[in-house]
Design a protein around this ligand. Structure first.
Ligand SMILES: [Zn+2]
Ligand SMILES: [Zn+2]
Length: 269
């Protein structure tokens, strides 16, 4: 039986827990930071900008390093400063003005409690896969609805389509409603599944990475859709097609929902 959440000394930890325990013990030394009301927003912004910066750098290098262009989905496109700065500015503005007050309210109502014990490795992996599948399903429904109902598209989703050739910093260029919807889907599944805080942090990091990769405009040999077998994962090439054609590939990550509903369009080889 797992000793997850117990406050007694660890005597029955499984090998799966022991594997993650050193990492969790290390993270718990920053308990004060993790439990502070600013942690969620700082974590979210720094992870997002940290994942975007390498792609921004590649975009700056692209005109001078032709070899990089073979990995670009649109080889002749590089975002200008006039496109990058408004995206970054809007992300910072929305996080400070809208996201921070909500996370502050959540912190005041339910302060984060960090258990002594790490989660089971298999449980962490299983929860992350389930969270990704649930997030993919929820956003697929939201996304399809916001394309099929013209008022919803015009009012809430159109802003995300202002950059037909997407780039990393355009990932979170969206209306406040879309940002909150994504944040809600991101949070609700970990609550429903009762995920360990380490699982929650890991899922957030993976989710932010996958969303940035989806918009990066780069199709590398190590891109996630090339690592997942049987075409189960659409990734950057599929989402780029959604940005250029509007009528297909509504799921952000996986391909099964678009396959079932006939909205899947394979990316050109
Ligand atoms: Zn869309
Ligand atoms: Zn997008």
């Amino acid at each position: 039986m797992s000793c997850y959440n117990c406050s007694e000394p660890r005597v029955h930890c499984s090998p799966g827990q022991l594997f993650l325990q050193p990492l969790w013990d290390r993270l718990r030394t920053w308990e004060a930071l993790i439990q502070s009301p600013f942690f969620s927003v700082i974590f979210s912004i720094t992870t997002y900008v940290g994942f975007c910066l390498p792609f921004v750098l590649l975009d700056c290098l692209c005109p001078w390093v032709p070899a990089l262009r073979r990995y670009k989905i649109h080889p002749n496109f590089s975002p200008s400063a006039g496109q990058l700065l408004p995206c970054l500015g809007q992300t910072l503005y929305q996080h400070v003005v809208f996201v921070f007050p909500v996370t502050l309210l959540h912190w005041a109502c339910s302060p984060a409690l960090l258990p002594l014990d790490a989660p089971e490795l298999l449980q962490l992996v299983g929860h992350i896969v389930m969270c990704l599948l649930l997030f993919d399903t929820e956003f697929f429904v939201w996304h399809l609805l916001h394309h099929r109902v013209p008022w919803l598209y015009r009012t809430f989703h159109k802003v995300h389509h202002q950059n037909p050739s997407s780039f990393a910093l355009a990932t979170q260029y969206m209306s406040v409603w879309e940002l909150f919807s994504l944040g809600f889907f991101d949070m609700v599944n970990v609550q429903l599944l009762g995920c360990h805080p380490l699982t929650v942090l890991t899922f957030h990091v993976i989710n932010i990475w996958l969303s940035v990769e989806d918009h990066s405009g780069y199709d590398f040999p190590w891109s996630t859709h090339r690592l997942v077998p049987f075409g189960w994962y659409g990734g950057v090439t599929h989402h780029d097609l959604h940005h250029t054609q509007f009528t297909c590939n509504f799921a952000p990550y996986f391909t099964h929902w678009d396959k079932i509903l006939g909205t899947l369009r394979p990316a050109p080889v």
